[in-house]
Write a protein that binds this ligand. Structure first.
Ligand code: FAD
Length: 449
C-alpha cells in the first residue's frame, strides 16, 4: 500500500511534524506495521496524540462504514473511522442520539473510544466507554480480538482512554439513547463570580442532563470566574410548538479563509467579546428551544476556526480537579491566568461525575476547566508548567487528548493507574509497535522491555 510523507499537526496546529501517512481503503487493509505506527481518525485531538514524528501514521478516514443499526434497541455497529457527523445523520431521524458527545461532531468513533471522550452529561451519564457494548481490536501481531467489559476486559479498560497505544480499534458497537425530536430545551443563568457559578452548578434544583458553564477568563477581582451556567435536555414532543418540524435544519457552515494575525485575539478584543456575550446570554433565563447541532457543536459552524489563533497555533489546556479542592484550584488557575494577561478566547467549566474504569481515562469526580491559549512566545509554556503545579497539588490531571506539552514526570503523577496500564500494554504490544509522539514525550515507550 502506498504512503506519502507530509507535515501534520493536531487541531491546535502545534506541533507540526513530518509523518509517513498510509490510508487503507478497506477494513481488511487495516493492519499494523512492524516499523511502528499510530492511528489517526479525524485529527481533532489538539496536540501530538495522533502524530508519529518521522514514523508511520495510519489514517482511518476511508474505513468508515456503518455496519448495522438495530433501530428497535438503539444499537449501532460501525467501523471506527466513521465520524459522529455521519452517525448523527442516520440515527437522529430514527429517534436515537449519541449517549456521549464531545463538542465537535467531526471526530471519528475510534478517536472517541481512544480518548474515552466526555460530554456535558458526564456528571449523569459517564464517559464514552460506559456505553460501548464491544470493540474489535487489531493487535500488534495482526490478531483480531473482540473486547468489552465482559470479554478480554483488561484489554478493553486499557484501550478506552489508551490513546491508540494498545492496538487499532477496528469496529465499535455502541448503545444509543432515545430522543423524541432533534431539539434541546435549554436555559441559562448568569453568575457574577466563581462562587456563584459553583453554586449554580451544584444546585440540584437547577441540574439537568447536560450542564456546562462558559467563563469570562479576563474577569478579575470580585468578578473573577464570572460566567454563564447553561442547562439543557432533549426536548419532549410536547415541548415543541404546533407546526414545528421534528428535525431542525442544520446551520450553514462558514470557513475561516486565512490565518488570523496572532494579535487579532488579544486581551482587548477578547474582553469586548466577553462583555457582550455575558450580557447577551445571561438574559436567557426562560427556557428556549435550540436544535441539537448548534447546542452541542457551536464551533462546527465555523470551518477551520483553529486558524483564528494565527500560524503558530494554540494549546488547549484542559485539567480536572477533584471535588474537594476544585473551587480553590480553579480559582488559583483563573487568578494566575488573569495575572498573566494571556486571555483565553474559550474558557469552559464542567462538572464531572465519578471516575470510570478506563486505566488512562481523564475524567474524575470534580470539575474540568478548558482554556484555549494562542502560542505567541515560549512564556506560555512556562505559565502552563506553573498551572500544572497547581493541578498536581490539588490531585488533578491534564487531558491527554488536548495536550501538547506535559512532562513525563507530571504525567506519572497525574495518572496513578499508569503502572497497571503498562502491564497490559506489555502483554498486547511487547515490541511497542503502537507508538506516538505523545507516548514518547510522556515516556510511555521508555518503560518497554
Ligand atoms: C472543537 C473540539 C471540541 C472538543 N470537545 C471535546 C469534549 O467536549 N470532550 C472530549 O472528551 N473531547 C473533546 N474534544 C477532543 C476530541 O473529542 C478527541 O481528541 C477525539 O479523540 C478526537 O477524535 P479524532 O477522530 O479526531 O481522533 P484523532 O485526533 O485522530 O486521534 C486521537 C487519539 O485517538 C487515537 N485513535 C483514533 N482512532 C483510532 C483507532 N481507530 N484505533 C486506535 N486509536 C485511534 C489516536 O491514535 C490518538 O491517540 C474536542 C475537540 C475539538 C477539536
Amino acid at each position: 500500500m502506498g504512503t506519502r510523507v507530509a507535515p501534520v499537526s493536531g487541531w491546535g496546529r502545534y506541533p507540526v511534524q513530518s509523518c509517513e501517512l498510509e490510508r487503507p481503503e478497506r477494513y481488511a487493509d487495516l493492519r499494523p506495521f512492524d516499523g511502528g505506527l499510530i492511528v489517526r481518525g479525524q485529527g481533532r485531538s489538539y496536540g501530538d496524540a495522533a502524530l508519529n514524528e518521522d514514523g508511520r501514521v495510519l489514517l482511518t478516514e476511508r474505513v468508515n462504514r456503518l455496519l448495522d443499526l438495530d433501530a428497535e434497541q438503539g444499537i449501532l455497529r460501525a467501523e471506527a473511522g466513521v465520524t459522529l457527523a455521519e452517525i448523527l445523520g442516520v440515527i437522529v431521524p430514527k429517534g436515537w442520539f449519541l449517549p456521549v458527545t464531545p463538542g465537535t461532531k467531526f471526530v471519528s468513533l475510534g478517536g472517541c473510544v481512544a480518548a474515552d471522550v466526555h460530554g456535558k452529561n458526564h456528571h449523569r451519564d459517564g464517559s464514552f466507554c460506559d456505553h460501548i457494548l464491544g470493540l474489535e481490536m487489531i493487535l500488534a501481531d495482526g490478531r483480531r480480538l473482540p473486547c468489552s467489559p465482559a470479554e478480554n476486559a483488561a484489554l478493553f479498560w486499557a484501550t478506552v482512554g489508551g490513546m491508540g497505544l494498545t492496538g487499532i480499534i477496528g469496529e465499535v458497537t455502541l448503545k444509543l439513547i432515545p430522543i423524541q425530536n432533534g431539539y434541546m430545551k435549554v436555559h441559562h443563568r448568569a453568575a457574577g463570580n466563581l462562587e456563584q457559578l459553583f453554586q449554580l452548578l451544584e444546585d440540584p434544583a437547577m441540574d439537568d442532563r447536560y450542564t456546562v458553564a462558559w467563563l469570562d477568563s479576563l474577569a478579575t477581582g470580585q468578578h473573577l470566574g464570572r460566567g454563564i451556567a447553561m442547562f439543557g435536555h432533549h426536548a419532549a414532543s410536547e415541548d415543541l410548538p404546533a407546526g414545528l418540524d421534528n428535525s431542525p435544519k442544520p446551520g450553514r457552515s462558514r470557513a475561516i479563509p486565512f490565518d488570523f494575525p496572532a494579535i487579532a485575539l488579544n486581551p482587548a478584543s477578547i474582553g469586548a467579546f466577553n462583555a457582550w456575550y455575558y450580557a447577551r446570554e445571561g438574559k436567557k433565563r426562560e427556557p428556549f428551544l435550540c436544535g441539537y447541532d448548534p447546542y452541542f457543536y457551536p464551533l462546527d459552524a465555523i470551518g477551520n476556526w483553529n486558524r483564528m489563533y494565527g500560524k503558530r497555533g494554540f494549546v488547549q489546556y484542559q485539567c480536572v480537579i477533584p471535588g474537594a479542592t476544585a473551587f480553590d484550584g480553579i480559582k488559583a488557575l483563573l487568578g494566575k491566568l488573569a495575572d498573566s494577561r494571556r486571555a483565553s478566547f474559550l474558557a469552559v467549566l464542567k462538572r464531572f461525575g465519578a471516575q470510570g474504569k478506563g486505566l488512562l481515562s481523564f475524567p474524575m469526580a470534580g470539575y474540568t476547566l478548558a482554556l484555549d491559549l494562542p502560542i505567541r512566545d515560549t512564556g506560555l509554556f512556562e505559565l502552563l508548567d506553573e498551572l500544572d503545579q497547581i493541578v498536581l497539588k490539588c490531585g488533578g490531571r491534564i487531558y491527554l487528548a488536548k495536550d501538547a506539552r506535559l512532562s513525563a514526570e507530571s504525567f506519572r503523577a497525574m495518572y496513578p493507574r499508569y503502572g497497571e496500564w503498562l502491564k497490559i500494554k506489555n502483554v498486547v504490544d511487547p515490541k511497542n509497535v503502537f507508538s506516538s509522539s505523545l507516548s514518547r514525550r510522556l515516556g510511555v515507550d521508555g518503560d518497554m522491555a
